[in-house]
Design a protein around this ligand. Sequence first.
Ligand code: MRU
Length: 351
Amino acid sequence: MKVNGTPYRTVWMEGSVVRMIDQRWLPHRFTIVDLDTVEATATAIRDMWVRGAGAIGATAGYAMAQATLLGSGEGWRDQVAAAAEQIRATRPTAQNLFFAVERVVAVIDRSADLKAAQAAASAEAQAIADEDAHACEQIGEAGAPLIADGARVLTHCNAGWLAFVDWGSALSPVYKAARAGRRVSVVADETRPRGQGAMLTAWELAGEGIGHAVIADNAAALLMERGEIDLVIVGSDRIAANGDVANKIGTLEKAICARHFNIPFYVAAPTSTIDWACPTGGEIPIEERDPDEVLTTWGTDAAGEIVRVRTANPTSTARNPAFDVTPAALIGGIITERGVVKPGELARVRR
Ligand code: MRU
């Protein structure tokens, strides 16, 4: 997608350097950050300089390629194995991270020597990124027919192009419908504590010229009750084989509300987000993040500097589960690059 007229992907690789849009500073500042080492790339994933399942996965793939390109000497296979462990430990929920690491590790394992591993790992990491971008565009094509002219779409967190390599999952059908000439507007949940909806989704939609409003997370039920939401589309960080869906904390609540008000609730995700080895949502690991994320918030001060301020009572602590699981029974359909399927029929998109 374009930023000020220039096409960007969220993450890419030049030589042994991983380059990415630094999401820490959006929407206030658009910057590209260079990550010269596997440690730096791991930090970028763990500390959410890059966010969203697909973007995290592509970064993880590039990190593994980076590990081979920076590898040296007799011990290069141990160095690569240590890098894989380091990347796997960054964030537990996003399936695409594990999907990407295992794919690149597999081609490295089949390589005869370091030089062959470097070439194979670089090609595989690039293929993962390209496939992600392509799948997300296909998700847009598969999902756009669900969006009627004049539709008002509720979304939660950021599952737009910043959360993938390009196009996005939940927002891709919105972009495709808008480009096809349909009037579409988006209601973006703010998505506390990290504010992905208010900061990232809103920034993306503004860039694409899509009408939108940010709402407090607890305002969605009222808008649904008033008939101001026509459908809900959210992304996913991991989908279990039975169609249960892990997504940003607060998604479950939206799904329950949507069912109550009889509003269609869709999940959009590439098949790389499906964890076929995970039978139900109960087995999906749910990340617990630093309570300080709940007790504070980020913004700009009067001078335009980005600052973090404490909002909660100074002596209080917090709980910060980052994801929840929406049961398959509450989901009307899963929009994948291979079409829209009922959660109970996920096997139809398995290759
Ligand atoms: O914790 P984050 O910012 O990496 O959150 C992930 C997400 O962006 C969302 O949960 C999203 O809705 C699904 S992943 C595209």
